[in-house]
Structure formats: C-alpha cells, structure tokens
Design a protein around this ligand. Sequence first.
Ligand SMILES: Nc1ncnc2c1ncn2[C@@H]1O[C@H](COP(=O)(O)OP(=O)(O)O)[C@@H](O)[C@H]1O
Ligand SMILES: [Mg+2]
Length: 293
Amino acid sequence: MEKIIEKASILIESLPYIRTFYGKIFVIKYGGAAQVKKDLKDAFARDVVLLNYIGIRPVIIHGGGPKISSFMEKMGKKPEFIEGQRVTDEETMDIVEMVLGGLVNKEIVSLINSHGGKAVGLSGKDGALIKAKKKLLRKTSSETGVDEIIDIGLVGEVTGIDAHILNTLEKDGFIPVISPVGVGTKGETLNINADYVAASIASALKAEKLILLTDVPGIKDKVGDIIPTLRKDDVKNLSADGTISGGMLPKVQACLKAIEGGVAKTHIVDGRVPHCLLLEIFTNAGIGTEILA
Ligand SMILES: Nc1ncnc2c1ncn2[C@@H]1O[C@H](COP(=O)(O)OP(=O)(O)O)[C@@H](O)[C@H]1O
Ligand SMILES: [Mg+2]
C-alpha cells in the first residue's frame, strides 16, 4: 500500500511542472549516445510519448554523424572535418541525405510510434521547412595570421524556417521528427549541423525550451567540473580560451541564438542518463548545463 501511495506522491510532485508546460513546445535535439544504445533509445521514445500525452508538444531534430561516417567508409570515402564541420562533396551529400532521411529519421519515427506516439518524419525539404545558404568557414591562418575563407562544400546555414508544415502536423497531434537537411537558393541540398537547425526551429516556433541531448554530462570547465549555468559572456570567454571546443561550439552558439530568438530556456543534457528528458523537465535543479541570456 505504502508503495502505491509513494507512486501517487511522485505523480503529484510533477503537477506544477505539467501545469506550467501544458500546451508549450519543446524542441529536442536527439543525438550522441542516446541515439545508439537500445535501452536509451527506448527510454527517449517513451519520454517523448509521455510528454506528448500530458500536453507538452515535442518537436524532434536528430543528428546522425557516426552513422554517416560509417556508411562513407563502407563506400570507400574518408570522412573529413574542419572546425567540427563535415567536408561535404556531392557524393557525401547523397550519403548524408540517404542515411539521415532514409535510415536514422525513420528509425526514430518507428521508435516513437512503437511506444504509442504518432510521429511523422520530415527533412528540411518537406513543406520547404528549412531554407539555407552555403556556409563558408572563416579561419585565421596560423602561418600568416590572416583570415582565410575555407570552402567545405555543400554545408549550409539556416536562412529561414517555414513552420507551416509543423503547425499543421501538431494541430492533429503528430510529433514532427526532422532531419537537418536544407534547401539552398538554387534548389541545392545542403547539410546543416543539427544543433543549429534545432535552434532555428525553436526560435521560429517560439518554443518554451530547447534541449540538446549529447554524450557528456554538460559543459565542463577548465578542470572538468560541470557548469550548471552559463551566460552569454561566459560562453564567449570559454570559447575564446578553448575550454569549449569541437562539437560543443555549435551547441552553445545554438543556445544563444535560440534565446535571442525568443526561446525561454535552453539546456545541454547528458543523453546517456536514462530518462534524462524527464529529469530535466520535472525537477527544479534540472540536469546538465543551462544557458541563459
Ligand atoms: N567544455 C566542454 N564540455 C563538454 N564537452 C566538450 C567541451 N568542449 C568540447 N566538448 C566536446 O563536445 C562533444 C559533444 O559534441 P558532439 O561530439 O558534436 O556530439 P553530439 O552528437 O551531441 O552533437 C563532447 O563529446 C566533447 O568531446
Ligand atoms: Mg555535434
């Protein structure tokens, strides 16, 4: 009996959060380890379905880097990255689109559906959701000290989001699952970092939260301790001195962009912790790192 009462009290404790977030949009970037291990995948899908049933509106953006690299290797191509971004020639773009849209996206869609949700997979091409332009990297040459522009191929940055398709799906209770492929001005297909796509979509939808799942417990400081909250200036300093680097750079930039775009809260969360989404949403302290304006 006591056990049952305890269960009821746990449910009641979440009431204030459910009340606050009822009807709100949460944009969730699904990546890192949570996308690889079977038990974590199931926990993620269940969390998303639960959120949906209690009246929160989840929108999922996914990555899929490791799978793209493994297919590139199978096809005899060597993955190459500059400043954390994949160098993307035409053949690589085909592989990116096939793996993300065909394999990874559909896997997430069926996972959510198998737990009782109604998910629909989209790429940035569907409903002209993600407009993009070719991204050029600016890098200071270590030899000359001069800024040089590096062409990394068919890599894009978001220039606009047409949220019509998302609103239409959500009205009927569908959970959108989006692969980060955009369309350029000349109709070309562009590969975009999923963290940036998640931020742009969160801004366009004026989401309550942007949550980025990753494979570390949060943002680490110089000695490796997790920083619970970070502000814009901290991000600037920690990026400049190299404490934040690689794949964490687009994440912090994405969070700042989302806040500027009107998103209320942004979080970087450890996707290796089972039910990390629920822990972040239904506890006061949250988990991982919160980025504030
Ligand atoms: N200050 C930092 N704190 C935590 N992780 C960091 C930091 N700087 C760089 N990283 C790296 O960022 C990685 C997460 O980005 P990424 O590899 O792109 O994963 P994801 O699949 O989640 O996008 C971490 O695994 C870590 O190696
Ligand atoms: Mg990444």
